[in-house]
Design a protein around this ligand. Sequence first.
Ligand code: G
Ligand code: G
Ligand code: NA
Ligand code: MN
Length: 255
Amino acid sequence: LTLGRDMREAISRDQIIPVYQPKVCLSTGQIIGLEALARWRQTEGDLLTPSVFGAAFDDPEIATAMGKRLIGKVASDLRRWLDGGLSPGRVAVNLASAEFSEPAMADEILRILNLVKVPLTHFEIEVTESVLLDGRSGAVAAALMKFREQGVQIALDDFGTGYASLTHLKQFPVDHIKIDRSFISNLEQDAGDEAIVAAVIGLGRNLGIQVTAEGVETSGQEQRLRELGCHNAQGYFFAKPMLASSVPAFLAAWP
Ligand code: G
Ligand code: G
Ligand code: NA
Ligand code: MN
């Protein structure tokens, strides 16, 4: 309850902002996109992570309000970067289950994205498997189809930690799979983790779905993932999430 009040206030004061973490193509080394992650910037300048306010994503009204604000900022950041001649690739935004409870959500988000006149193919939506499972799956599938018809791609996040993942790949329009970082951290030491990662990469390749490894922290992990044929990777090894103001210099300096 206190969190709800605090978050409404944070939203109205425009304190919910995106930070951006790059995604890298493992075969070319190029930046293929950025994931936007929500942060709460308090008056003192501290950036709080969703470990403090993430519960607010469970409340349909607050989650929707935060999501729209964030997406508006993401869209205008992208507009500015493109105008500056930068190539940030596709920018992904996370959507929580609660945000799908509002029937007009997809149309509203598409409207916000269209305001900046950036082709919708520059955007991506990330949802976890739990979003697909929560009893609103018909509404979720309809919303995802609507995004995809407009060129927005869909990523299935934290893949491998949910249930019935393989059915989801048939039932929902999925362009990307993101392998949960719990399978990556011991990739080089744990043969079981490596087998799972290799299987997911094979699945993606056979289904024509791009696979991204999350939470890559070492060059050894990056190398192994490349050998296994993983398309893309994201993690502290490449870059930590950064403020929008740091993105241009980062992109310019990237080899
Ligand atoms: O950086 P990290 O602490 O950002 O994120 C923690 C968790 O919060 C992750 O599971 C991430 O997907 C989720 N998260 C981060 N930003 C958003 C957002 O804007 N919307 C939703 N729904 N979840 C987010
Ligand atoms: O659930 P989702 O995958 O959206 O959340 C991504 C979370 O993982 C965010 O909290 C982000 O800050 C964090 N993260 C990103 N890269 C790394 C990494 O290399 N190591 C660890 N431990 N966390 C990471
Ligand atoms: Na995500
Ligand atoms: Mn994830």
